[in-house]
Design a protein around this ligand. Structure first.
Ligand code: PLP
Length: 406
């Protein structure tokens, strides 16, 4: 397969200028669009015309010119034919799974997933007749064993939240093809670092709230897929995006357009700093989890799957042993060292830190958290790129020593 460079792909896809020759595209905020001839309207409703088939816009829940620009860049980044931006990451996941599944369908999913996705699969979808089996995210054989005649999809995160398990996307893709299933990959932790569609995934979803946006000032998501699947999502009669309606505001769409060109440079710097901090912690004996460290069980696989030059992601985790110890470290890091902020979410320019078990994974019952490898003292850090790296390393070393982690 030809090597894929997501940053170069976005650069090549960028050809929009503003209405007056501006270097940025214009923002089209219209909810509705005029047609020249009345006869065009029924053609659009019949599905014979759309912006990518004869250039007719209708209504912004269907297609919007600003979001279309963003969607073209996202498709270029992931190496897919099509992309659909949505109002949140969770709506991208929900619409994708609901598009693939119907009542009676079954999903096999990795157990190391975002708490909201866990709740969607295990609490909400069963009430609609869609059940899921969770298996260890790294274990392809367990996925194979859980497939049933009514299975329609495999769902994993490239780098599982929060314990940073690496999924074997090429092997899961082969498994999905063999059983005629769709492989859906949540790539929120690793934009640019890994391009799952290039490794065989059918659909790649993101929470753009995180790294892709990078400023923690908006909520958004996207679905990168084939043209056929994208048109199905927008179908006027059955499209899950069309009829459940998680439409991205084009003003937020514009903000995202402006941030995609520097996503590559941000991911490299997040990754460089996360690796340097993880290496320092490992060297002094802190139980640190970071897939960029050679000792991480998924390191070789991630290296094999990764696009060269983007590092190994900006998230690391420290096992503090107990929630009390994790809280002590959090407080020390924020309130004494000013190392980062105690907050959920990730991908911000400052470091964001939270104890996963009691926050973003709290939807997962405690016993189950233990089973799948989320220890109660697991502290997740999304490493930012502000401040001098040397002082950041010194700050975290002081903090872990002070709370007695080493
Ligand atoms: C945050 C997150 C989501 C949900 O995204 P929202 O934009 O908050 O709806 C889904 N998956 C992962 C891995 C996440 O980190």
């Amino acid at each position: 397969m030809t090597p894929h460079d997501p940053e170069q792909a976005i650069t090549e896809a960028r050809r929009e200028f503003g209405e007056h020759g501006g270097v940025t595209p214009s923002i089209e905020r219209s909810s509705t669009f005029t047609v020249i001839e009345p006869g065009e309207m029924p053609e659009i409703f019949a599905g014979n015309r759309s912006p990518d088939r004869d250039g007719c816009y209708l209504y912004s829940r269907h297609f919007n010119p600003t979001n279309d620009v963003l969607d073209r860049y996202l498709a270029a980044m992931e190496g897919t034919e099509f992309a659909v931006s949505t109002a949140s990451g969770i709506s991208a996941i929900a619409c994708t799974l609901l598009q693939i599944c119907e009542s009676g369908s079954h999903i096999v999913a990795g157990s190391m997933i975002y708490g909201g996705s866990h709740a969607l699969l295990m609490r909400l979808l069963p009430g609609m007749g869609i059940t899921s089996t969770l298996v260890p995210s790294h274990d392809v054989r367990a996925f194979a064993a859980a497939i049933r005649p009514e299975t329609r999809a495999i769902f994993v995160e490239t780098m599982g939240n929060p314990a940073l398990t690496i999924a074997n996307i090429p092997e899961l893709a082969a498994l999905a093809r063999e059983h005629d299933l769709k492989l859906v990959v949540d790539n929120t932790f690793t934009p640019m670092v890994v391009s799952p569609a290039r490794l065989g995934a059918d659909v790649v979803v993101h929470s753009m709230t995180k790294f892709i946006n990078g400023a923690s000032d908006l909520i958004a998501g996207c679905i990168c897929c084939s043209r056929e699947f994208g048109h199905a999502l927008y179908d006027l009669h059955t499209g899950r995006v069309m009829l459940l309606g998680p439409t991205l505001d084009p003003r937020a769409g514009f903000d995202l357009i402006q941030r995609l060109p520097h996503l590559g440079i941000r991911m490299r710097e997040h990754g460089r700093r996360a690796l340097a901090i993880a290496a320092r912690l490992e060297a002094i004996g802190v139980p640190v989890i970071y897939p960029g460290l050679p000792g991480h069980p998924g390191h070789a696989l991630l290296k094999e799957m990764a696009n060269p030059g983007y590092g190994f992601g900006g998230v690391l985790a420290i096992d503090c042993g107990s929630p009390e110890k994790a809280d002590l470290l959090l407080s020390e890091l924020q309130n004494t060292e000013r190392f980062g902020l105690i907050a959920v979410s990730l991908g911000y320019y400052d470091t964001l830190m939270s104890c996963s078990g009691s926050s973003t994974s709290s939807e997962i019952p405690m016993e189950e958290q233990q089973d799948i490898g989320i220890s109660p003292g697991l502290l997740r850090l999304s490493v930012g790129y502000t401040g001098a790296l040397e002082s950041r390393q010194a700050q975290i070393e002081r903090a872990v020593r002070k709370v007695g982690l080493v």
